[in-house]
Design a protein around this ligand. Structure first.
Ligand code: HEM
Ligand SMILES: *[C@@H]1O[C@H](CO)[C@@H](O)[C@H](O)[C@H]1NC(C)=O
Ligand SMILES: *[C@@H]1O[C@H](CO)[C@@H](O)[C@H](O)[C@H]1NC(C)=O
Ligand SMILES: *[C@@H]1O[C@H](CO)[C@@H](O)[C@H](O)[C@H]1NC(C)=O
Ligand SMILES: *[C@@H]1O[C@H](CO)[C@@H](O)[C@H](O)[C@H]1NC(C)=O
Ligand SMILES: *[C@@H]1O[C@H](CO)[C@@H](O)[C@H](O)[C@H]1NC(C)=O
Length: 333
């Protein structure tokens, strides 16, 4: 080993971590309270941010497992996931996760992973907006890298139909019921005109709107998103966008789904029966949703991992370690 490289203590673990409830009960007993507190403050500051943070679990776990890869900023040598097709100008509220990380680093530095923060914060977002509360499994590690290409290849487009979505979720061992229940996350939050322009004006290249759109609802969306609109304008994903409930499914039954990928769940027979069930029985939706979130939260790859100090940067690239790699002596005064 070169003397220019003294002891480099990078805490990197390779292997899928064992996930369990209460993983931090000894090392950081207040962890879940700290995250819940940050989410409560976010709710007061900007109610929509809870939906935005909850979406992170999907965009994290589907791309190389739940490893907080989607939180990494681009570097000179790595194109991260923030600018991938599905994420650019769309994922938001990264600052809420930063706030949780900073608060946790104060009480137990270097202990709680960013990947676990996403899982806790998503659960809290649902619980704080009127949905179910549940016990989350913890103990994930943060990735050292991210992949824009993987995100581009995996994350589904709002144009997707139910049969494509069934196949995609199946690749992650998520059932048709899981797919429909997890889509119920669109019970909170908003989407951009960008995501529905094709549906309003040129569905499947027909030059016509999606025929299953209920006419009054279509008129409303046409007003929100006229052809020359700034496509960053947003609309509600269901009629009660700040309340986690089964209104989303009632809307689908009525032809009032915002995204094509939502409405298609009612159009296709394989998914329709679950939409109907969830629209009449909210408890059934909540139970299936929790089950789906836990399964999605279990997705993991065997890959090098660490507890990041800053959710946006791998530890090897953060200032201190970088200095050590360069052979600078940080302890010299
Ligand atoms: C089934 C396939 C899915 C597709 C095609 C899809 C697609 C989308 C799209 C296009 C948007 C709006 C983005 C924009 O216009 O900028 C959106 C928003 C959202 N998605 Fe999904 N999504 C899916 C599943 C999920 C899942 C599984 C979750 C979480 C468990 C989720 C959570 C959310 C939330 C909460 C929002 C609103 C975010 C906000 O207000 O900032 N989605 N989704
Ligand atoms: C669903 O979408 C896929 C991909 O766009 C397409 O190939 C397929 O024909 C569609 N399926 C149905 C039944 O419309
Ligand atoms: C799905 O389940 C099969 C069989 O249990 C397993 O081999 C595979 O790794 C699982 N896939 C994912 C993405 O978890
Ligand atoms: C509608 O989509 C089709 C196929 O993608 C395209 O050829 C056509 O030009 C589009 N029409 C309009 C009015 O944008
Ligand atoms: C939305 O806003 C972003 C950032 O301001 C801009 O770069 C982008 O072009 C806009 N997107 C659309 C679809 O108008
Ligand atoms: C609704 O679903 C719950 C949970 O699956 C079930 O226990 C209950 O009996 C259902 N209620 C009705 C009215 O069907």
């Amino acid at each position: 080993m070169s003397p220019l490289f003294p002891l480099i203590l990078l805490h990197i673990t390779v292997a899928a971590a064992q996930l369990r409830p209460g993983h931090y009960s000894k090392t950081c007993p207040g962890a879940e309270f700290v995250v819940r507190d940050v989410m409560e403050k976010a709710l007061i500051r900007e109610p929509r941010s809870l939906a935005s943070v909850m979406r992170f679990q999907f965009h994290d776990c589907f791309v190389n497992g739940c490893d907080a890869s989607m939180l990494l900023d681009d570097t000179t040598t790595m194109l991260g996931e923030k600018l991938s097709l599905s994420n650019i100008n769309s994922l938001r509220s990264y600052e809420v996760v930063d706030e949780a990380k900073e608060a946790l680093e104060k009480v137990c530095p270097g202990v709680v992973s960013c990947a676990d923060i996403i899982i806790m914060a998503s659960r809290d977002a649902v619980a704080l907006t009127g949905g179910p509360n549940w016990e989350v499994k913890l103990g994930r590690l943060d990735s050292l890298t991210a992949s824009q290409e993987a995100s581009d290849n995996i994350m589904p487009s709002p144009r997707a139909n139910a049969s494509l979505l069934i196949d995609l979720f199946g690749k992650f061992n998520l059932s048709v019921k899981d797919l429909v229940a997890l889509s119920g996350s669109h019970s909170i939050g908003q989407g951009r005109c960008f995501s529905i322009m094709f549906r309003l004006y040129n569905q499947s290249g027909t030059g016509r709107p999606d025929p299953v759109l209920e006419p009054k609802f279509r008129e409303k969306l046409n007003k929100l998103c006229p052809l020359n609109v700034d496509q960053n304008v947003t609309g509600d994903l269901d009629a009660t966008p700040f309340v986690f409930d089964n209104q989303y499914f009632k809307d689908l039954v009525a032809g009032r789904g915002f995204l094509n990928s939502d409405q298609t769940l009612f159009t296709f027979p394989q998914t329709r029966k679950f939409v109907k069930q969830f629209s009449i029985n909210q408890s059934e939706f909540f139970e299936a949703f929790v089950e789906g979130m836990i399964k999605m939260g279990d997705l993991q790859l065997e890959q090098p991992g660490e507890i990041r100090r800053n959710c946006r940067v791998a530890n090897s690239l953060s200032v201190n370690t970088f200095s050590v790699l360069k052979g600078w002596d940080l302890n010299r005064d």
